[in-house]
Design a protein around this ligand. Sequence first.
Ligand code: NDP
Length: 279
Amino acid sequence: MVHMLTVTLNNGVVMPQLGFGVFQVSNEDTTAAVAEALRAGYRSIDTAAAYFNEAAVGQALAESDIPRDELFVTTKLWNTDQGYDEALRAFDASLEKLGLDQLDLYLIHWPAPARDRYVDSWKALTRLLSEGRVRAIGVSNFWPEHLERVIDATGVVPAVNQIELHPRLQQEELRAFHVKHGIATEAWSPLAQGELLGDPLLAEIAAKHGRTPAQVVLRWHVQLGNVVIPKSVTPSRIAENFALFDFALDAEDLDRIAGLETGERVGPDPASFGNPGNP
Ligand code: NDP
């Protein structure tokens, strides 16, 4: 039995709090990386149509002897597939590449506000949910105004909003909005793509607990209640990032990490990314 914390989504579906991300992992490397993650104990995998590695994720899942109901697979609808019919077709294509009959979580990858298709896309996702083809549906990179629109249009509250979140960009307001509406916060680039791991404060807290800076940052996410999906193609780091459940940060550590906020992003701005021409 793997030691794993979970979050219960707003429709009762249980999701592991710690998962494995495969953004920027080539199709060639993805099967080995996911297999390594499954060996290390991860049961939740986060991919996307736009990562062009869904088939390689599917291969690792098919080759593993872990029962399907112990796995949690997320993929995402890409910007150019937004729209009602387009989203239904894109879902079918993703499911086929993954080699699955049912998906655990399907997300709209970006609101791409200038396309103005995300409400239609959301309606398609609610249909997939009611047909049982996916166990939970959510969004990614949405701001409160985008969340409010999809909720008002359908009455269906996204189970998850997957957003850029790390100690430099702590998203306090958005997290409070999520809590108010029963939306789980999932952190992407939880390590700020490795950029913040050289911070002396993190080194100090890591030394205090006999851990690494990456483990301190990931443990901070866990204690905040975030779902977290670190990526690594390095076996030792894949294992390191999973070893989070036998230590805890104290109130002083949490306060000091709160002081690392700078508002700096490592990824694109949701206001403009995915709008026509970008990309
Ligand atoms: P992360 O914050 O997870 O950082 C990954 C980087 O950190 C890699 O360079 C990795 O190197 C390095 N790293 C990982 N673990 C350690 C460690 N223990 N010590 C030192 N360095 C480490 O970045 P991502 O952008 O990949 O985000 C994680 C996941 O979030 C993605 O894979 C994807 O699934 C999702 N995501 C979603 C987005 C969205 O728009 N919804 C956008 C971006 C990401 P190496 O691999 O060489 O070991």
